[in-house]
Design a protein around this ligand. Structure first.
Ligand SMILES: NC(=O)c1ccc[n+]([C@@H]2O[C@H](COP(=O)([O-])OP(=O)(O)OC[C@H]3O[C@@H](n4cnc5c(N)ncnc54)[C@H](OP(=O)(O)O)[C@@H]3O)[C@@H](O)[C@H]2O)c1
Length: 298
């Protein structure tokens, strides 16, 4: 069958595409803003498409059985309203339009990379956008799988690997907040396997599943796990959230700031989840953090 992966060049999308190619004979279509860049050497069809543009998305979705939607705005989690890089535009309205376009073109199933904490009516813009997206997908009446991952890490991520770099190169490791924020780090290859199963399994028709690693960890425990894998212990230096929000204010003038006040809220938010229903449904154990890190850290 034909499976479209929007954002298929991204951190998660790329692993999904690779797993699709490795494990089946589906025809894979990837949407990207830059179809001249083909990391798969012609094994997928690249279609130029943009979030929020039903014409280009429609061209990509034509004839597809399944759409896997994995677009995220550049420099996430720092929003840039002037460039349309906001949760509301890309996650909320963009996903709504993608789902409606898919439905119109006869796509049977929509698999969405939502986020942990979605579906609870939380007020923050990222949750509101995911809630809008999920509701719009369900409202189309298409078969759907809404996957709600916690913190995903892997060889190409820009978030966990920042801490890996801190642990390698700095004498102390900076942590925003008190280090007790709970997270459930999940390995990108486990996520990709769930996404591919969601696209192919007959009974994956109306599901909402949290995706998280098997361990509930605090931020400090995550950093200690990285240090154990690297064999390099360094002290942690906690920065109060309020102070960090003041310190990042001048970054506003930068074209791609590393942080913003609301991005700090995003990365220090508390979300609890239960990864067991997903592990039971997909039928394999998700890797603990140390095991995932050892797979790709030299
Ligand atoms: N990473 C995590 O830890 C995590 C956790 C929970 C949920 N998620 C969800 O998983 C999904 C994918 O996240 P990710 O981390 O893989 O994202 P990512 O690597 O930052 O980006 C995914 C892709 O989005 C495409 N894109 C960006 N702006 C676009 C636009 N205006 N129009 C069309 N395409 C655009 C880019 O493709 P091109 O540059 O090729 O156009 C990019 O490769 C998101 O919905 C995110 O909320 C991620």
């Amino acid at each position: 069958m034909r499976i479209v992966v929007t954002g298929g060049t991204g951190f998660i999308g790329r692993e999904v595409v690779e797993r699709l190619l490795e494990t089946g004979d589906d025809e894979v279509v990837v949407t990207t803003r830059h179809p001249d860049r083909d990391p798969w050497g012609g094994r997928v069809r690249l279609v130029q498409a943009y979030a929020g543009d039903h014409v280009s998305l429609g061209k990509a979705f034509m004839g597809a059985a399944v759409v896997v939607h994995a677009i995220q705005f550049p420099n996430h989690p720092v929003e840039d309203p002037a460039k349309g890089r906001t949760y509301l535009e890309v996650d909320g309205r963009g996903t709504t339009l993608a789902a409606q376009t898919a439905k119109k073109l006869g796509v049977r199933r929509f698999v969405y990379l939502s986020g942990a904490g979605a579906g609870q009516g939380r007020p923050q813009p990222w949750f509101q956008a995911k809630d809008m997206a999920e509701a719009a997908i369900v409202a189309t009446g298409m078969e759907h799988v809404l996957l709600r991952p916690s913190w995903i890490y892997g060889p190409r991520d820009r978030s966990m690997n920042r801490f890996v770099s801190f642990c390698r190169h700095l004498p102390v490791v900076p942590v925003i907040g008190n280090g007790r924020t709970p997270v459930y780090p999940v390995y990108v290859k486990d996520v990709a396997r769930c996404v591919v199963e969601s696209a192919r399994r007959e009974d994956a028709t109306a599901r909402k599943l949290d995706l998280g690693g098997p361990q509930r960890m605090t931020m400090d425990e995550v950093i200690r796990a990285i240090q154990d894998v690297l064999g390099r212990r360094r002290p942690l230096l906690h920065h109060p959230v309020g102070l960090m929000k003041l310190l990042v204010l001048p970054m506003k003038v930068m074209p791609e700031p590393m942080l913003s006040s609301s991005a700090i809220d995003f990365i220090t938010q508390e979300v609890e989840l239960d990864p067991r229903p997903a592990m039971d449904y997909f039928g394999f154990p998700f890797r603990p953090l140390a095991e995932g890190l050892r797979e790709y850290l030299p």
